[in-house]
Design a protein around this ligand. Sequence first.
Ligand code: K7E
Ligand code: CUA
Length: 644
Amino acid sequence: MSEKENGGVSRRNLLGTGLTATLAATAGAVAGGGAMVVTHTGSARAETDDDHHKKALVPPGKLDEYYGFWSGGQSGELRILGLPSMRELLRIPVFNRCSATGWGATNESLQVLTEGLTPASRAYLSSVGLKTYQNGDLHHPRPSYTDGSYDGRYVFVNDKANTRLARIRLDVMKCDKITEIPNAHSIHGLRLQRYPKTGYVFCNGENRAPLVNTGKLLDEPKKWRSVFSAVDAETMQVSWQVIVSGNLDNNDADYKGKYVASTCYNSEEGTTVAEMTGSDKDHIVVFNLAAIEQAIKDGKAEEINGVKVLDGTKTSQLGITIYVPVANSPHGCNAAPDGKHLIINGKLSPTVTIFEWDKFDDIFAGKSKPESAIVGNVEVGLGPLHTTFDGKGNCYTSLFLDSQVVKWNLDDALRAYKGEKVNPIRQKLDVHYQIGHINATHGETKDADGKWAVALCKFSKDRFLNVGPMKPENDQLIDISGDKMVLVHDGPTYSEPHDATIIHASKLHPKEVWNKDDDFFRFSKEWAAKDGVKLGEDNKVVRDGDNVRVYMTAAAPAFGLANFRVKKGDEVTVFVTNTDDVVDLAHGFTIVDYGIAMEIAPQATASITFKANKPGVHYYYCQWFCHALHMEMSGQMLVEEAGA
Ligand code: K7E
Ligand code: CUA
C-alpha cells in the first residue's frame, strides 16, 4: 500500500486497525529502513472517514461479524448478506422460481408452495395451468424472538403480492412453510410477538377488499374491509383475525406480549390517492392480545373461511382495539428497545410521534383518552418512513424526501414535549438516495448494540456505473458507533430490498450438511418407503403403470445410474440423494432440453416430476461444480417412442 493509498494515516493507526496485510507491509518497510520504530502509541487522534472504511473492511478469508437478512422485494427471494462487508452470501428462494435450485419445480419446494394455499387460490391457479404463484413481493424479514432477543429459530417474511406468510428455517436456511392468509388482501406489515416468545406472527392485510371476496360488493368500497391476522409461528395456521376501520400499513409488537400497534394511511377508506390523503389525520390502531383471546373464548368471533374473525372496527363494542389519531399517512411503526416506547413515522407529516406502551392500559380500561398515550412529537425532516435504534437512547429515522438519516435522542424528545428547551436532533446524514427502511444491528431487540445501521435507498442514480434505464438500489452501511454517523459503504442490490434485519453471528449456528432424515425430504422418504427403496443406497427404476420413479445417488463424480429408460408419455419422478458428506459439496441434476434442474446439497434428497413427452436421448448432468471430473458427472435418459 502506498503512502497515498494510506490517505496519510500514520503507522500507529494502521497497527491499531489490526489489518494483518497492512501490518506485514508496514513491518517490511520498517525492516528495510533499518529502524524498528513504533511511536505515538496510546495518543488520541480523531477518527477519520478512512478509519471507518477500514472498520467495514473484512479481509479475504475473514468472516463477517453479523448476518443480515435482506428482503428481496419483488424478486420474491430472501438474501443473506454479511456485515460489515455487505457481501452477499446466499439467496434463499421463497416466493420466486429459481433456476439454480429448482425452487418452484421440485416436489419438496412445491409441497411448501402449495400446501398452504386457500381453496379459492388453488382452484384459480389450476384453472390457469399453475400449481402455485410464480411471483411474490417480500418486504419484511423478521427473525423469531424469545424474551425480546433473537433466538435463531426462524425468519418470517411477508408476500404483499399474493397475501402470504412464509417461514425460513435458520438451521438450514430453507423456506419450510408458506401460508396464504384467507380473508385478507395483500400482507404488508409483518412483525412478531417478542414476549414471552414468537408465538404469534402479526400480518397486516393492507388493502381493503370485500370480506368475503367472491365478486359481490364490487361497487361498494365503503363495505370493504382491512383484516389483521395473528398466525401461529409453529403450525403456521391463522389463529384469529380482527377487522379494522381504515387500512393497515406497518405494525410492531411491544416487549411485554400485551399489545400490537399498526399504522393506517387510509382512515378515509378511499380508493383513489385524493380520497386516501383527503383528511389531515389518520390513525394508529392498537390491538389488545389478552382481550382478543378472551373474546375468541367467549364466542364473539364469526367464522369466515375457516378462521375466527372479530370485529375491531371503531364501532365495535368488544374493547379489543383502540384508535389514536395521528398526522396524515403514517408509515413505519417501530418499538424502541427500551421496551417502553413506540415510534410512529409521519411520511406525509415531517414528524415522528412517540407513544408509551404502558399508557394503553388505562385507555383500554376506559380511564383515559386515546391521545394520552402520546408522549412526544419531533419534527425530524421531510418524509420520515422508518426508525431504528442504537440501544443508547438514540433513534435513527429515514427521511425519504430529504434523502437523509436523522439521528435524534429519545429522552430529549420526551423532555421537549413536556416543554423543556432541548433540541433532540443530533445529526443529519445524507444518503443516496430516497431511503426507505433503516435498520441497526439488533435494533429491534433488547440487545440493540449501536454498531452499524443499513440505509436501504430506493434510488442509486449516479452512485454506480450506468447500467441502462434500470438501476440497482443502493444499500448503504453507516457506522453509528460514535457520536457522529459516518457513511462507509455503498452496496448495489437487485430489486428491491425494503428492509433488512441484522443478527450477530454468535446467535446462529446453521448446519454444515443436512441431516439425511430431515423432514424437509418427506416427499421422497414417503415414496421410497412405498417402493421399498433405501434412499442414498439403492439405484433403481420402479415402474408403476405410466408412473416411473427413478431413484439414484449422487457421489462425486458420478450418479448412481449411468442411464435410465422410460416411454414417451410416462410421468417420471427422479429422486436424487447426495451421499457426499463433505462441506460445500453440492450436486445438481439437470436434464437437457427438458427444463429440469435442481440442487442437491450434501446429504439432501431432491425430487422432481415431469412428463417424458419428448423422445430421444437426453443427457442429465450435474450443474454444480463438484469435482475435477464434474464434467463427466452425467448420464442419459432414454425416452422411447410410445409403443416401441
Ligand atoms: Cu416502508 Cu413495505 Cu416496510 Cu417499503 S415498507 S420502504
Ligand atoms: Cu456433481 Cu458437479
